[in-house]
Design a protein around this ligand. Sequence first.
Ligand SMILES: [Zn+2]
Length: 443
Amino acid sequence: MPVTCSHAIRGSFFDITRTVSTPDELLDAARYIEDGLLLLNAGKIVSLSPWQEESSQLPPGCELVDYRGKLIVPGFVDTHIHYPQTEMIGAFGEQLLEWLNQYTFPVESQYHCPQHSAQMSAFFLQQLLSNGTTTALVFGTVHPESVDALFSAAHGLGMRLIAGKVMMDRHAPEALTETPEQSYRQTRELIERWHNVGRLSYALTPRFAPTSSPQLLEKVRQLRQEFPDTWLHTHLSENPQEVAWVKALFPENSGYLDVYHQYQLTGRRSLFAHCLHLEDEEWDCLHHTDSAVAFCPTSNLFLGSGLFDLQTCWQKGVKMGVGTDVGAGTTFNMLQTLGEAYKVGQLQRYKLSACEAFYHATLGGAKALDLDRHIGSFMPGKDADFVAIDPAVSALQTLRHGNSRDIWEKLFVLMTLGDDRNIAATWVEGRCVWQCDKSRQAA
Ligand SMILES: [Zn+2]
């Protein structure tokens, strides 16, 4: 028993205790404690043990929080999302390239305004927290104001967040493009202002190859060399027309990923969203460079982009996390996103188990972001970021939860029927930052 401990949390706990290289290893790595006790101190996890073992020795001054009846899992990790697109979620009728022009660019052009950015940042972070997501890799807009507002709000909440300003110098409206020099200077200033401040980190964020001139990509390369511990966040191979466009724009490259690779933008902290139409050698390049990908099922289905090949991703040994990709994605909620991931698997005869799905949404996502030392499980010393889930909040859920035989079935039912109503409380850095309003839910 530790000398000091600020909080003791009682409830049922589920996590995956270590990263794995095949789905077969997951059952061994999974841990379920039906009546457990999680001790926290100074924003970190001290220990997780069965209630009977530790409850008699709670240190004095330690506040006991009773979440019996709730399932507590590590905070969800959203590996790809656009905060300025929150206000345009559910835009009708278009696929990627038309959708960008018709809906996305007009909305993003508002984020030069610090007040609008601040207002939407606060709204966005509340959406994340009320859905149990405690860490995200986030696109801003081309305006530094958008990123200043987001980082400032996340810092106030103590969240672990990675974000960056979009870098974009062509094939977009004039109000949203910049020169490569301007992009370099503004990005550099943001890195110096925010990177490694508290739990914030900076991601170099070229939107995607079609909106990047070779000169801009050269500036991204230069920044990565100057700030080697920053992240790289972009899109890759989402839509067949987009892939063809990249080939036309960069005829000297062997393929889409090769454009990024040539500018040394692949690597351990590089994350590529979507990856739906990759060639075999592109998967190999992702593996060899230790790059990661984000699987965004609701977005891929909504924009009709294609089906992510989870089986190949495992076979090729490529790190993967789940992304909601709001606003092409249709929910902030990770339970719903996992339910859609399962259906994407079904269409390709791949059985995504609940254990695997929760791994991708927690420790697997953390590994994809190179943050698995800090978050993603209840191992001692990790950040105390977690979510208490109410497993049954409707008549249908109560019926189905009640007849579920074991934790695997309960988790699977949660990802099939669950949504934001199931999120009872969200904790960040050892503090409860969001709690479900029961009176409102009942209404
Ligand atoms: Zn995206």
